[in-house]
Design a protein around this ligand. Structure first.
Ligand SMILES: [Zn+2]
Ligand SMILES: [Zn+2]
Length: 73
């Protein structure tokens, strides 16, 4: 019995906890595009992210080390 895990049509596996979830329980991180389940979701604003880091990344942007006080585009 071989367990070749190809991308099957049914169900998705949370990449955080490895749990097999129904599509409705799954969400996709807008930052890293990983799939995660509701139980692993970190909520930032109105969206869910796979991790706190991704949420902060999306929220505060990909700012580099230099912190300039001025807010500019
Ligand atoms: Zn999970
Ligand atoms: Zn993420």
């Amino acid at each position: 019995m071989e367990l070749e895990l190809e991308e099957g049509p049914t169900g998705q596996v949370c990449e955080k906890c490895g749990r097999m979830c129904e599509p409705l329980e799954m969400d996709t991180c807008p930052v890293c595009k990983r799939g995660f389940c509701l139980y692993c979701a970190h909520r930032f604003g109105a969206r869910n992210y796979c991790s706190r880091g991704c949420g902060e990344y999306f929220f505060f942007g990909a700012d580099d080390e230099s912190e300039s006080g001025a807010e500019q585009e």
